[in-house]
Design a protein around this ligand. Sequence first.
Ligand code: NDP
Length: 304
Amino acid sequence: MKKQSYVLFGHPVKHSASAAMFTAAFRTAGLPHSYSPVDVGTLGALERAVGYLRDGVYDGANVTLPYKREVLGLVDRIDESAARALAANVLVRDANDKVVAYNTDVGALQAEIVEATADRRRAAILGAGGAATAAIAACKALGFSVIGVTTRSWTDTEAIVDSPSSERVRAVGGLASVWPSHEHVQPSTKLSMAMRMQWTELAQLADIVIQATSAGMQGADPGDEVASVVPFESMSKRAFALDLVYRPPTTPFIEKARKAGIPAASGLGMLVRQAEAAYKLWLGQAPAPAVMRNAVDALIAGDS
Ligand code: NDP
């Protein structure tokens, strides 16, 4: 079997667990393939990297932050899975040497949400990047009727109107709300002041609250502020808190939720599911069961 080369495009990529998962899955299947992170510092470098995939230097690629959206402008075709999330995390070279963008985060998240809760009417989401639009698409597909979203740069109603990220959030089915905690920023209008309450009220009624910012991730902001804008104490104990951050496996968001009696999980389950789906897109068959999960568990256990 000819050795194939799979890669991860992103910046930074040093905390990624993907290489451990894919390498374990290839070895278990007896395949000589490799998987390695490629730190892509600029959009120009990403365009060149996508070109290498088209030319056959690479055989498949994952895409991670901050490029899940931008990469859509660099591929030859966008699969429906990526179109509905306005973001892609998997690139496949097809039989005609065209690069096709897919999104396996959405399906992975759908499965995680179904496992987390049977109540699926209202969701509250933090963040407005690729992970957040994937979360909105997953909630939409599961039939949630209200999907409230906020992010730190939406300081008031004007900021929402002017923001491309709020346009994307609305385009995929989210309800954009003012970030609730900017005590030091004077709201420009009474409406903005009133709207500061909107996300909090939505979160209080939510069946699931999803933390889709990078706050709390190893090497990023510690995540205390993001955790502080969620009204865990006044949420139903039947609600579920899902942090998409997986490394470290416990974040201030998860700790605060559990302290308030609300069950919570990290993004580890989603990480493994999206990787298993990417493997299947590239190789046409699923990896051996539990191999990827065991690999990532071992990697994260080594952190402590
Ligand atoms: P993006 O860079 O596309 O978006 C990040 C979002 O988080 C932006 O809305 C940004 O706001 C916000 N943000 C960043 N830092 C902070 C902070 N300190 N406080 C509040 N908001 C902040 O990243 P992605 O959407 O691709 O990824 C977000 C997270 O989700 C990452 O931690 C990633 O690891 C995780 N993820 C996990 C997956 C899994 O399988 N478990 C899959 C995909 C993502 P602003 O625009 O103002 O900068």
